[in-house]
Ligand binder design. Sequence first.
Ligand code: AGP
Length: 607
Amino acid sequence: MCGIIGIVSKKQVVDRLIDGLECLEYRGYDSAGIATVNNSEIVYSKSAGKLDSLKNKLKQKPINGYIGIGHTRWATHGEPIEFNAHPHVTKSVAVVHNGIIENFAEFKDALLKKGINFESQTDTEVIAKLVEEKISKEKCRPLEAVRLTIKKLRGSFALCFIFRGHENFMVATRRGSPLALGFGDGENFVSSDALSLSIFSKKVCYLEEDDFAKITSDEVIIYDSDGNSVSRDMHTLYTDPVNLSKGKYKHFMEKEIFEQPEVISQVLGTYLNASKEMLSLPPLPQSTEIKRIILIGCGTAFYSCLVAKYWFESLSSIPTQAELASEFRYRSPVVSKDDLLIFVSQSGETADTIGALRFAKEYTKNILAIVNVEQSSIARESNWVFSTKAGPEIGVASTKAFTCQLLVLKILNIKLASDLYKITAKQRSNLLKGLLELPRLFSEILSQNENIKKLCKKFISSNSVLYLGRDILYPIALEGALKLKEISYLHAEGYASGELKHGPIALIDKSMPLVALNPWSKVFEKTLSNLEEVKARRGRIILLTDKKGRELSKDLTKSIFQLPSCSDFLTPILYSLPLQLIAYYTALDKGTDVDQPRNLAKSVTVE
Ligand code: AGP
């Protein structure tokens, strides 16, 4: 993980390095640091903890420079302390790194044997020492020193270097981890993502595997791994910087939850054409050629895949499986050329998902990315891209990106079912009309947020919470539990309602809150029986249901949140919303850092 930034300019860069790091803090916030070259010498400042701590340090002891690099860290090797913070600096070079150097230990041993000391426990410091050796002992020029060093490294990295004596020259390179370049007027930029560059420049390009960039304030020259000068496609950024502020909200997560009616409307407006009965979609694989669908993702994105599995099998009748990206490629899965592989990811940069995608590409060309970041690595490496169009999601806990993933997957489901004549034109039209109800239904639920806040008081004294759902709401129970644990640090588990009696029911006593998702449906009565079993053991049930479900559950519990009634196929999207609110308000009660929960990062770019 980690975020890296670099600026070469004719103006001072320190304030802008900090602005860039602010945008990158979602990638890690264990420590932060910057380095510049001033009067030919490398100067730096770093601090453990969040960016604010570095800012305070810089207020007390400012540094200057027209060239600089910055880093915000998610700790992999070594604790989140100042010694391990980047940049790692030697006499001649300073480097910031995103990724993991898998063979760092062998180099470290060799360097230690030569009497070279290390200050940190990081893998990155090895890179700085190796480049230093090349420059000071072997008299290599900086670019050559970096190139020769990188050749020896295994693992994933995005790196940005500055050098003593060079106030208008930096080097950036990448393998596995993403790196974007931004082009300005008399200044150029490097960053882990294009979003952070949008505050400086609208023109960007992306480095490809093993590319090197030599960057000055007036010029960027990119070389491929063989040393040939190459050009990379230029892109224009349309991100409105206003989108990156919290507006009237206390947290990005709150903002992202509450903007869902609008965001969902926009997605529907993009993919449903004016008559509202037809789809207007990006180019997609030929439906009739698909024999099986394999959906792959991590965390919340994996739960979208699980929901889609239910949808694809029931409506499109296509055999479908959902896979955890981190498991998929290591278990020798069978993939054939007739399979459609769908990679679902908000960031499009998740290392596990990218790994699974590269594995799958060896077997099939049918690779579809469902991503929120349209220029991400996953999008660029896929044959088709279906954007979730949720807009930038900054809070670490995924909310609007999840509901938009579900929405896009449902739209794809309707298209496949229609193309394969599994549904009639009338049925398709009804399904699309159902989707168009979503913004209104979301607004209705959000207007009752105070009721959810009250229900959350039930969690504050407990150590653990169970989430139950059956059928298509089972993945949503899993997602609800994930959301609660990641931001409130309360232990939570999701279970399929029918599974409770096979073990977890042993956990139930009067101190155990249990969130049950049980609107009226074909499985309503089955789940109600499971909940009666919980009640008999004095578990504290918090029920999310609809009007009919409420009437039939009035003897079950008094803690009920009633959602608007809707078609069965909409329930996974709709029932996600109160679960997001439950997680958010519980975290508020617990006083945790909602947008930047401990130990996490928004974009998980290491395996
Ligand atoms: C969601 O709340 C989590 N922070 C996490 O599970 C996330 O969904 C997962 O890391 C996958 O990220 P991606 O969608 O960017 O690939």
